[in-house]
Write a protein that binds this ligand. Sequence first.
Ligand SMILES: COC(=O)COc1cccc(COC(=O)c2cn[nH]c2)c1
Length: 244
Amino acid sequence: MRIDVVSIFPEYLAALELSLIGKARQDGVLDVRVHDLRTFTTDRHRTVDDTPYGGGAGMVMKPEPWAQALDAVLADAPSPDRPTLVVPSPAGAVFDQAMAHDMASLDHLVFACGRYEGIDERAIEWARDGFDVRPVSLGDYVLNGGEVAVLAMVEAVGRLIPGVVGNPESLVEESHSDGLLEYPVYTKPSSWRGRDVPEVLLSGNHAKIAQWRRVEQFRRTADRRPDLLADVDATALTKADLAA
Ligand SMILES: COC(=O)COc1cccc(COC(=O)c2cn[nH]c2)c1
């Protein structure tokens, strides 16, 4: 997969050189390119923002540098297919694991990191000719810019790409993969500061362990994210499971 990120703080994305994503880049599994929006300005001060029409506090990102930057990305695109342009924004569709899987199936993802009060809307509309434009929110809160959201999304998407995570098995049983939160996990020692690992996990009885884990998933989801239960087939939980 090819990923392009455009930002006025390209050094913010240095974290993508670390750990699993960094290794995937070295192995050629991911091709991540970060671009400094100021490269695409033409004035002496490398201006990327100006005051908002209609008044109000803050500044707005000028459309022209964005059009120049996105044109440069298109000129160097890996395939003639329309890339997806993800614009992290408080006014976007909320990012979730389903969206991460959808993005992981794409050949070319481009991220536009907004700052200040946002990007001139005309640049977003202009981009619809060359890109599948998707405003995406991480949640109902406001960041100072899109870079932190891009780090989260590139990690969530990148880890789903074959060859990025060592053991693909570890992607199967995790929160949200089956609509439920994940069960609690334990490791040695079996007794720690007076707290013992649940007996069933030491039993070697794999059917009982699977049953216990399933119940814990439902219990946790009901406790922390009851909103998720609406979409889950609770009949999968038998009375025997609950009695266990
Ligand atoms: C058209 O879109 C834009 O102009 C985006 O502009 C901005 C402006 C300020 C901050 C951000 C970063 O995104 C978030 O704050 C965000 C994402 N998820 N939850 C909060 C983006």
